[in-house]
Ligand binder design. Structure first.
Ligand SMILES: [Zn+2]
Length: 224
């Protein structure tokens, strides 16, 4: 990749532009919006190291199936079966890595209907008072007392992206998606700011289908 050895072309262009504007004594035009990535999160599980060992055996570790957009995050090769009331199940529920302190399952509304439970809308990590279920792995059965949620739609941002959009951590913002012949707005997107984050919106599969994200021609963040 040339970008690794030569200066990035857009940086060079921006330097040339800056010096041109200096010479002709004009203000630089407004910075362009940072590139926005919108991804849908399919149903998945986050797991603690203890629960991973319970389900996959002593010394078990997550292995990478596919790297995700956020640095260090991955879909693991390991999957489990989620068992709801009245023996309804969701098979092949994928675990996301790395391990966390907290075991949590994130479902879309369609998944919760399949499972036969009501799933409350929560921020990731806020699982008090949420329903639980049984999780079956190759080496054991885990009883989750609670931890099944529908994850609130959110956007990951670095501090500089947050500054550009004039928002702060836990503010709400709106996502606009233009797709084939229809435009959809998602309000109440929760802003999550961290210096390790890349600019990325996470919506669930129901939301992605509702706006036909697959065929989106333009995505945009608007101040709520
Ligand atoms: Zn996210």
């Amino acid at each position: 990749m040339t970008a690794l050895v030569a200066p990035n072309r857009s940086i060079v262009e921006s330097l040339v532009r800056q010096s041109l504007f200096r010479e002709i004594g004009r203000e630089q035009p407004a910075t362009p919006a940072p590139t926005l990535v919108v991804n849908s999160s399919a149903r998945h599980m986050h797991i603690s190291p203890e629960n991973l060992e319970l389900l996959f055996g002593k010394g078990a570790e997550l292995t990478v199936h596919k790297w995700l957009y956020q640095e260090g995050q991955f879909a693991a090769q390991q999957t489990v079966t989620l068992i709801g009331p009245r023996k309804r199940i969701i098979p092949n529920l994928r675990i996301l890595g790395p391990c966390r302190n907290l075991t949590q399952i994130e479902l879309a509304i369609t998944d919760s209907i399949q499972l036969g439970i009501d799933v409350p809308l929560r921020m990731s990590g806020d699982i008090e008072g949420t329903p639980g279920g049984y999780v079956m792995g190759p080496k054991g059965l885990l009883e989750m007392k609670h931890g099944i949620i529908r994850a609130a739609r959110h956007v990951h941002m670095s501090p500089s992206d947050a500054k550009f959009h004039n928002v702060k951590h836990l503010d709400k913002i709106t996502l606009k998606v233009d797709s084939k012949g229809c435009r959809t707005r998602f309000d109440d997107l929760i802003v999550r700011v961290d210096s390790s984050f890349k600019l990325e919106v996470h919506i669930d599969t129901d939301e992605a289908n509702a706006c036909d994200l697959e065929h989106a021609t333009k995505v945009e963040l608007l101040k709520s």
